[in-house]
Design a protein around this ligand. Sequence first.
Ligand code: NAD
Ligand code: UDP
Length: 326
Amino acid sequence: MTERTGRWPAGRGRIVVTGGAGFLGSHLCDRLVEHGHEVVCVDNCVTGSTANVDHLMSHGGFTFLGHDVSKPVSVDGPVDAVLHFASPASPRDYLELPIQTLKVGSLGTHNCLGLAKAKDARFLLASTSEVYGDPQVHPQTESYWGHVNPIGPRGVYDEAKRFAEAITMAYHRSHGVDVRIVRIFNTYGPRMRPSDGRVVSNFLVQALQGKPLTVYGDGTQTRSFCYVDDEVAGILALLESDHVGPVNIGNPNEFTVSELAEMIIEITGSSSEIVHEALPVDDPTQRRPDIGLARSVLGWEPDVPIREGLARTVSYLESEVNRRER
Ligand code: NAD
Ligand code: UDP
C-alpha cells in the first residue's frame, strides 16, 4: 500500500533548505525550483559553496541566506516546509569539524524545528545510515537500533544525528510538528567536491590524475552507493507522503571498497595502481539498506545503475579538476 499523497505542497510552496549549497542540498533545491516552489537556501558554506547554486541565483523563486543554523534561524514570511540538510557529511569534514558537527546536529536541529513549529511547516530531517554505526544486523532495517561508539571519533557525527532524530520525534510528539526522517545511505554524483574525501570522489579524482587509488584497510568493507538523482527522488517521495519515518533511502547494491576501486579503474581507463592505507577508527565493516519500507510506503526504488552514475560523476569531476588546475 502506498502512502504517497501526490505533489506536496500543492501549488507553489515556500521551502527552506538548510545546507542547500552543499552536494545533496543543491540538487534538492534544483528539483524543488523545477517543481515550481519558492526555495530559501540557508547555508554558511562551511563545506558547501554558492557555486553549487549560482545557476539558481537569478531565478525569481530562489533566495540564498548566508547563515550558521546552529545560531537562531529567522526567515520572513510563510514557510510550508523546512528541509534540514545542514551538517558536514564526509568523514574527512566531520573529523576536522567535530564541535561544529555536534552543534549543527543538536542546536541546529533544535533551531530548525523551532522555525518549523513557528511557521506551522512540515520538517524533514536528513539523517543517515551512520545511526546504525558498525551494524551487526545486515542489511539494515529501520527497526535496528544500531551499534555506535559514542566516544570514538565518528561519534561526533553519529550521535549528533541520533540526537537530531530524538529531538525531531520529541517535537512531533510534544508539539505536534509534522515531521519526516530520512536515513540517507552513501550517495554520490556531480557537485561532490574533488577534495571531499569520500570514497567515490577520492577514487575518481585519483584515477583521473593517474595517482594510486587509496583503499583503506584490506578493502573488504562494504558500502552500497546511490546516485544523487535517485536519492533526491526518494527524499521528495518521503516529503510528499504521510509517513513520518525513519525511512532508509539508498541503493541496496552492495560492493566491497576493493570492487569499487577496480570498477573505477576500468570505467576511467586509468593506469592507476591500488595502494592500501590505514583503516580509519570505527570504520563500519558492512552497510546495505533494506529498502522494503521505502518500496511499500513510498513506491520508490533507485534506478540508476552504478556504472552509469559513475560515468556522469566522472564528467563533472574531470571538468572541476581541470578548472581548478587552470
Ligand atoms: P555537504 O557537506 O556537501 O553539504 C552540507 C551543507 O551543509 C554544506 O553546504 C555546508 O556548508 C552546510 N552546513 C554545514 N553546517 C552548517 C551550519 N551550521 N549552518 C549552515 N549550513 C551548514 O554534504 P552532503 O553530502 O550534501 O550532505 C547533506 C546532508 O545529508 C547532511 O545532513 C548529511 O549528514 C546527510 N547525509 C548525506 C549522505 C551522503 O552520502 N551524501 C549520507 C547520509 C546523510
Ligand atoms: N575509503 C577508502 N579510500 C578512500 C576513502 C574512503 O578506502 O580514499 C573507504 C572508507 O574507509 C570506508 C568507505 O571507503 O570504508 C566509505 O568511506 P566514505 O568516506 O565514502 O564514507 P563512509 O561510508 O565511511 O561514511
